[in-house]
Design a protein around this ligand. Structure first.
Ligand code: ADP
Ligand code: MG
Length: 625
């Protein structure tokens, strides 16, 4: 029976998410209030700048935090926002003298900031969609370098387009309308948008793909699409932040949005913690206070009675040291990769009683059959899989056994299209899986687990399963209910709020199976789900899988080393050796097959010897056959 904490978990998660947003807002609010109360006008100026920077860094984090890729390109979006908004809002008289050659369609609009911002956001979005079409295809360092290229190109264009930007000269006449209420309001709005995106289905998909792109794709999530959406939203927000920055300064040049600004923002993001919105906010606050504090002493001064010499570039040195210190002591940033604020397991949510009832066991899946025909795959001369053909229908557990290196995992990777087959094809009820995308294979009804655990480390147990449910098309309460169903079925309810990376090994293995089952697949491919488990855990997993086979009719292709485990579950056994099929049939027949015996223990041994070997390698009592 499920415990109350599990049933209330979806409500607790919602409450935790709201609380985390409020913590971000509260933190900023307190710092802004203190600055203005303690330091008066000077403090207010710092607070305005801090709030605009919060907006910019939070916007940057929408892409970087959720995809795990650092971007230098957001300076380009900020420049576009600042120049466009400046042109649209500038008094016509100033514009005529400052920008005499401005193209007609841009001239003389004299919009208010509120009218200009939607145009700016749209321009940012369009520019993001165009550049994202290329950049979202890249990951890691190549994506970061491409974004740097975007920044350099945009800077070059801004310097060159003199009619519009006055080139490298100062662009002036931009109404300085950003006061503290506006800046703070913008920061609040940006934090809310970024938090909402992070916890939305697309945000979860993005963080899942960030943690493990292959595992995400195996659930039907398109990693490239998550990066594209994040890039577009981040770009539109950065353009708006750039407009606010421009209206704060009143006069700027292309250099204002170039490397020094971009590096400052990235430093803030990394110091605070790139993976969370709270990290962005904390980073901006920390770095701003540090910089403004140190700046007092840049021209020399008096600290506690000591006369300090003037040090040119002291703030930059301090910032560099702060970054080094943080990277050394807290590689994930001040906040770490989890949001500031309470987790969904926190005590303060104990009174939340809203219940989501776990979904009932779904009706048996419709009959389907997975057919592999002549699959082959070589890796630089190593023939991993050679002309493999077999069938795995629903309602049956098909055991796939074979010695280490026989090609079992490669076969699974061919079926799920993680690898492209050199020859052969895979059909699911007649549909050729080679003709659809890797993500579509999951949606067609094939789920898998991985031999080497491939969980989404940064997500909680609950979110690991929830993201798979969302990817399968469940939404809202329904997604929560099916998630609870699988957590319950694999005894993971008490761990719902735990992060996957903190789980004990056995629970991680169960979580992978739960994650693939929540998608309600027709065929489930389990690659050594019991590897590394102790005998009691293995038996427990077998019981749970038998229940699923018998009630839900899912076809399971079960790979494992532990022959007792496989034999206990499977109604049909397929044996591979050196990439080829060497036997298949009912488990008891296969075990007596000389070719199988030879593959496992060498020539000249008997079936009795096989049984004895099994007993030795997996000494367990009371195993049903
Ligand atoms: P099994 O899962 O049965 O233990 P695998 O499918 O992992 O076997 O491996 C079969 C063969 O293919 C092995 O010789 C292995 O070294 C090779 N192989 C598997 N994956 C790769 C890869 N990505 N690159 C190169 N060789 C691989
Ligand atoms: Mg393997």
């Amino acid at each position: 029976m499920s415990d109350a904490a599990l049933l209330a978990h979806p409500a607790r998660l919602r409450a935790a998410n709201l609380a985390r947003t409020l913590v971000c807002l509260g933190l900023l609010g307190v710092v802004v209030a203190l600055l203005t109360l303690v330091f008066g006008r000077a403090g207010e100026r710092i607070a305005v700048q801090m709030c605009v920077n919060v907006a910019a860094v939070v916007a940057l984090g929408v892409f970087c935090g959720n995809t795990g890729t650092v971007s230098f390109g957001h300076g380009a979006f900020m420049a576009i926002g600042a120049y466009l908004s400046g042109i649209l809002t500038m008094p016509a008289s100033v514009q005529r003298s400052a920008l005499p050659a401005l193209p007609g369609f841009l001239a003389g609009h004299e919009l208010s900031l509120w009218m200009a911002l939607p145009v700016v956001a749209l321009a940012g979005l369009v520019f993001a969609a165009l550049s994202g079409a290329a950049i979202a295809r890249l990951v890691g360092a190549s994506a970061a370098i491409a974004s740097l290229g975007l920044l350099i190109i945009t800077h070059g264009v801004a310097v060159g387009a003199r009619e519009i930007t006055r080139g490298s000269q100062t662009f002036f006449g931009v109404p300085r309308v950003v006061d503290l209420p506006l800046a703070f309001g913008a920061a609040v709005a940006f934090i809310i948008v970024a938090r909402a995106y992070r916890e939305s289905a697309m945000g979860l998909f993005s963080r899942a793909a960030r943690d493990d792109a292959d595992a995400a794709a195996a659930l039907g999530i398109n990693p490239r699409r998550t990066r594209f959406v994040g890039w577009c939203l981040s770009g539109a927000l950065c353009a708006v932040a750039g407009a606010l920055y421009g209206h704060m300064l009143g006069a700027f040049s292309p250099a204002s949005f170039y490397l020094s600004l971009v590096f400052a923002h990235i430093a803030m993001m990394i110091v605070g913690g790139m993976a969370s919105v709270g990290g962005a906010v904390a980073g901006v606050i920390g770095v701003t206070l540090l910089q403004d504090g140190v700046r007092q002493f840049e021209g020399g001064g008096d600290l506690l009675g000591f006369a300090l010499p003037a040090v040119f570039g002291l703030t930059t040195v301090a910032l560099g040291l702060a970054i080094l210190l943080v990277i050394w002591l807290r590689p994930m940033g001040l906040v770490g990769s989890f949001e500031l604020g309470p987790g969904a397991g926190a005590r303060i949510f104990d009174r939340i009683t809203a219940r989501t009832v776990p979904a009932a066991s779904p009706p048996p899946v419709p009959d389907a059959i997975l057919v592999a025909e002549g699959l082959s795959k070589s890796f630089a001369g190593v023939k991993a899989v050679v002309d493999m053909s077999f069938e795995a229908p629903t309602g049956r557990v098909t055991g796939l056994i074979g010695p280490n290196g026989a090609g079992k995992s490669t076969l699974v990777n061919l079926i799920t299209r993680q690898y492209a087959a050199d020859a052969g094809r895979t059909l699911l009820s007649g549909r050729d899986l080679g003709k659809i995308s890797r993500e579509a294979v999951a949606r067609a009804g094939i789920s898998r687990s991985f031999q080497n655990l491939r969980l989404f480390r940064g997500l909680t147990v609950y979110e690991n399963v929830l993201v798979a449910a969302l990817a399968a098309g469940h939404r809202g309460r329904d997604a929560a209910a099916v998630t609870l169903r699988e957590l319950d079925a694999f005894d993971l309810g008490a761990l719902a709020a735990t992060r996957a990376e903190a789980l004990p090994y056995g629970a991680r293995k169960r979580l992978e199976v739960a994650r693939s089952l929540v998608q309600d697949p027709a065929i489930l491919l389990l690659d050594e789900p019991a590897a590394g488990m102790n005998p009691a855990e293995t038996d427990d997993l077998a019981d749970r899988l038998i229940r699923i086979r018998d009630t839900r009719g899912i076809g399971i292709l079960l790979i494992d080393h532990d022959l007792r485990f496989v034999n206990r579950l499977s109604n049909w056994t397929v044996v591979m050796n050196r990439g080829t099929l060497i036997a298949q049939g009912r488990p008891e027949d296969v075990r007596a097959d000389p070719a199988v015996i030879e593959a496992y223990i060498g020539r000249g041994r008997t079936a009795a010897a096989v049984a004895a070997t099994e007993e030795e390698t997996t000494p367990r009592q009371g195993v049903r056959q």
